[in-house]
Write a protein that binds this ligand. Structure first.
Ligand code: SAH
Length: 294
């Protein structure tokens, strides 16, 4: 079976009109994509920014005649000309399997691995987080997760208390527990992330040491020796007053989800309480390692 996709190349003020036209022609779904390489990272709350050139794509059921759809689109736009159209035939795939086939064991630092559950760990004697791609963020393929995992691998976590603020799949919390942390509190505002963390902690046999919940379950009277927060720069700045008291004096605060050009503003928000070491880079992303002053 084959699906049909029609892509329309639109100027920003025409993107919605293209979406309307595709919907009117019977599209099952319509998506907007960047037609050039122009990322939009953190739109403000009320903004839906569009790129300077947007590719608006309609997905149509198998067997749809592309000529007929184009004729409908042309009629919709008349008397204006139809934007540039490209037609793509999309073979049916088992998407989950296609994704899994691409997901391999990966090593972070000296001994910490993420290994999919359907594969034998390449290094069974090392520390293996067993994890499959799921809906919650955090499979190790994102540079910010990798930066945090490498830090965990490098740090002596034995017997320490850890907080994973913005836990997603729970990957950092589970990594910390497998590396010997005494207790890990993992929090997220997304219920799906909390559920995924509990599930993944159970699969990795660390459920007894990983407690997952909403951020307000954290007690600032019980600070941790290590707090990891891989969220986004703007959120980290907003959360300064929440996160700071969760770090014990002399404890470590590991921040990521930050682009290189945002590093200074995040450090500035935290510098009254933390001394930062060298910035760790991966691609355009950074990790900040701060020690809370005593
Ligand atoms: N720790 C994982 C996931 C990072 S993704 C990793 O390193 O890969 C960031 C997570 O932060 C998401 O799951 C998101 O739901 C959560 N998040 C976003 N804003 C938050 C907030 N204000 N408080 C707590 N969690 C938040």
């Amino acid at each position: 079976m084959e699906w049909l996709q029609l892509h329309l190349l639109a100027a920003p003020d025409r993107a919605d009109a293209c979406a309307d036209a595709l919907n009117a022609a019977g599209a099952l779904s319509v998506t907007y994509m960047d037609a050039e390489d122009e990322p939009i990272y953190e739109p403000g709350l009320d903004e839906t920014p569009l790129w300077t050139a947007t590719r608006v794509t309609g997905l149509f059921a198998a067997g749809t005649d592309p000529d007929q759809v184009q004729a409908q689109l042309a009629a919709h736009f008349a008397p204006s000309p139809l934007p540039e159209v490209t037609v793509e035939h999309l073979p049916e795939q088992d998407w989950i399997r296609a994704w899994m086939a691409d997901f391999h064991a990966m090593r972070f630092g000296d001994r910490l691995w993420i290994c999919p559950t359907n594969q034998e760990p390449p290094a069974p004697d090392q520390v293996n987080i067993r994890l499959d791609p799921g809906l919650a963020f955090g499979t190790g393929t994102h540079p910010t997760t990798a930066l945090c995992l490498r830090w965990l691998d490098s740090y002596s976590l034995g017997g320490r208390d850890v907080i994973d603020f913005g836990c997603g799949s729970g990957v950092l919390a589970i990594g910390a527990a497998l590396l010997g942390a005494r207790q890990v509190r993992a929090v997220d505002i997304d219920a799906q992330a909390i559920a995924a963390t509990i599930d993944n902690a159970t699969r990795n046999q660390v459920a007894e040491r990983v407690v997952a919940g909403l951020p307000d379950t954290l007690d600032p009277e019980q600070p941790a020796e290590v707090v990891l927060a891989n969220i986004l720069a703007a959120t980290l700045v907003q959360l300064r007053a929440v996160i700071t008291p969760l770090v014990r004096p002399e404890g470590m605060l590991i921040l990521s989800g930050i682009l290189s050009e945002q590093a200074d503003s995040v450090m500035a928000a935290y510098e009254s309480d933390f001394t930062f070491g060298p910035v760790a880079h991966e691609g355009e992303w950074v990790r900040l390692d701060g020690r809370r002053r005593g």
